[in-house]
Design a binder for this molecule. Structure first.
Ligand SMILES: [Mg+2]
Length: 222
């Protein structure tokens, strides 16, 4: 199969769109939070085993995948009877920036690219992550799926993004760890698609057969 997207030709790129979780930040935080920490708290609250809680919650999460509920902290706080933001703060020492991300961001700004964080994360999660990582100043703007009215997997989110920040899809790069989002961006016509294969520091890289994959941003730093 042909690889879609290619090694970025920086002279041709004006706008850089970057996903947050798994792409710039270590997805280990999110995996640990939803798959370990929340089940532990839910089990304690409901008098069931952690195993039972995990099984129940993973099924419950699945039914909301690819929707705005999926990343909505208030939705999950109501659904699970837990203060999700408070729980995130209890394990926020696990929030960390992937290696080589900061020099990459500094370099692309230095050579005059417009840089946007575009995330499905809820605004409260975004705030917490920016508070912990101090990355906010490195973007022209930060846009959440709430701003887009739909998650990035949905075609309408890309139309909305273009209305919001005005970019030429032929001169735009997207870096992202979620294949479904890369597919939506490909359909929309984003020319440079980069798959971040090493989303979590605790898991092996997952190479894409379809998209140009990198382990770290060092590989595409101009
Ligand atoms: Mg991601």
């Amino acid at each position: 199969m042909d690889i879609i997207g290619a090694v970025p030709i920086w002279e041709e790129i004006d706008v850089v769109l970057l996903d947050m979780d798994g792409t710039l930040l270590d997805k280990h935080f999110d995996d640990h939070f939803w798959e370990e920490y929340v089940p532990q708290q839910y089990a304690a609250n409901n008098g069931i085993s952690v195993e039972d809680a995990r099984g129940k919650l993973l099924k419950h999460y699945k039914t909301h995948e690819g929707t705005l509920n999926w990343t909505d902290l208030d939705f999950w706080s109501d659904e699970l009877g837990l203060d999700i933001l408070k729980l995130k703060r209890q394990v926020d020492h696990l929030i960390s920036v992937h290696p080589f991300v900061i020099p990459f961001l500094d370099r692309i700004r230095e050579i005059g690219k417009r840089v946007y964080l575009v995330t499905n994360a809820h605004s409260k999660t975004l705030d917490l992550k920016m508070e912990k990582t101090l990355l906010a100043g490195k973007f022209d703007a930060m846009i959440t799926s709430q701003d887009l009215g739909a998650p990035k997997e949905r075609p309408e989110s890309w139309d909305r993004l273009q209305q919001l920040i005005q970019f030429d899809r032929r001169n735009t790069l997207l870096a992202e760890d979620t294949i479904d989002v890369l597919e939506a961006a490909e359909k929309f016509g984003i020319r440079y698609l980069v798959h971040v294969s090493k989303a979590s520091s605790k898991k092996p890289p997952e190479l894409s057969e379809r998209y140009y994959s990198i382990n770290t941003f060092l590989e595409i730093t101009p």
